[in-house]
Design a protein around this ligand. Structure first.
Ligand code: SF4
Length: 354
């Protein structure tokens, strides 16, 4: 397969302020940034030529400096519950997944930040082929724009975003922060900060950086175990950033932002789902401004993990709640169209393409 390369930067890579600086460098007035953002994120055009209120000269300059992200729709699976799973091809032949979920409170998009992942969580299909490369901010933005275009057919809009697809956003921090900047900008897609959640496996320095940015964006930590030993077995990243350091960084985040943290806990049958694990987790979290989201794991064919029985899931929740730790169980969506995150891409890779 012939692999293409991007020759220019992507226009979606630019934050509003970045676009204003570029315009200034070109001797153009800053207010053009509002017009360009309107074309990109409100009218959602896909060529500079379509930006009819800009001079031909400016359109030519844009064309010379930037290009649009082209996401090639390889597969689009629609579930009975409204979930849509996209497999997109990138300019270089790589493929990424994006999921659009319908809730009673609105439509949310789960975006991918890296092609593959190097974190190596043992319950995750996304990491099986390792990390291929980081996505640029614009390649993350484009996923939301595509999901919005899908919703345009029914006059709906993307109302929330979760950064929980393949990849570790906090290992692609600059692109993730620029992506967030584009999403929340009032002239762009204008997604409320409180409607966005970033999920990390616990990259400690980035948690501090995120805390210091003092946004209203939600932070979720994939904790998955109540202690170092078990967490290192499930998530090798714990050897780099140990459990206690992650918890300490979480305390800092809460202190700095006054915001509640969500802890994601994937329940794996017989591994981390016993009552003693719930007790131990409760001891760590009981005084914290936090919330636990229990996620019964999907079967990953390459691993031999089994699902936690229903009654054990409820027991785990009951123990945490007994200690005052607010706990919910994640509702599954798109069950009929795809299994765990990363599996659509994994299948695509098996088929000989990337
Ligand atoms: S769960 Fe997330 S961080 Fe862990 S390997 Fe999968 S994509 Fe990477």
């Amino acid at each position: 397969m012939k692999v293409k390369t991007a020759t220019k930067s992507f226009i979606y890579d630019l934050t509003f302020e970045g676009l204003e600086s570029w315009l200034t460098e070109q001797g153009e007035p800053k207010f053009r940034a509002s017009q360009i953002y309107d074309w990109l994120y409100v009218k959602r055009v896909t060529s500079f030529d379509a930006m009819s209120n800009l001079s031909k000269g400016l359109r030519d300059k844009l064309e010379a400096a930037y290009e649009f992200v082209k996401l090639d729709e390889i597969t689009k699976l629609e579930s009975k519950d409204g979930t849509v799973k996209f497999l997109f091809g990138l300019y270089d032949g790589n493929a990424i997944e994006t999921v659009l979920m319908k809730h009673n409170y609105g439509n949310s998009v789960c975006v991918t930040t890296q092609v593959g992942c190097r974190i190596g969580c043992t319950f995750c299909a996304s990491t099986l082929g390792g990390l291929k490369r980081n996505l640029s901010a614009g390649e993350i933005v484009a996923q939301v724009v595509e999901a919005q275009k899908h919703l345009d057919q029914t006059g709906e809009r993307v109302s929330s975003i979760v950064i929980m697809g393949s990849g570790e956003p906090f290992e692609n921090m600059d692109a993730t922060m620029d992506f967030l900047n584009v999403m929340i900008h009032g002239k762009g897609l204008n997604i409320g900060q409180r409607h966005i959640t970033v999920s990390t496996s616990g990259i400690v320095p980035s948690i501090y950086r995120f805390a210091d940015a003092q946004t209203q964006i939600n932070l979720a930590i994939s904790i998955h175990a109540p202690n170092d030993d078990l967490r290192s077995k499930l998530m090798p990243v714990n050897r780099r950033f140990p459990f206690v350091d992650v918890i300490e960084a979480c305390h800092y985040y809460i202190e700095k932002t006054g915001r509640r943290i969500t802890f994601e806990y994937a329940l794996i049958g017989g591994v981390n789902d016993r009552p003693e694990h719930a007790e131990e987790m409760a001891l760590v979290l009981k005084e914290m401004l936090c919330h636990v989201n229990l996620i019964p794991v999907n079967h990953v064919p390459e691993r031999d993990y089994v699902r936690t029985p229903r009654e054990d899931i409820f027991e785990f929740q009951r123990i945490l709640q007994k200690h005052g730790v607010n706990t919910t169980i994640r509702r599954e969506q798109g069950h009929d169209i795809a299994a765990a995150c990363g599996q659509l891409r994994a299948k695509h890779m098996e088929s000989g393409t990337r």
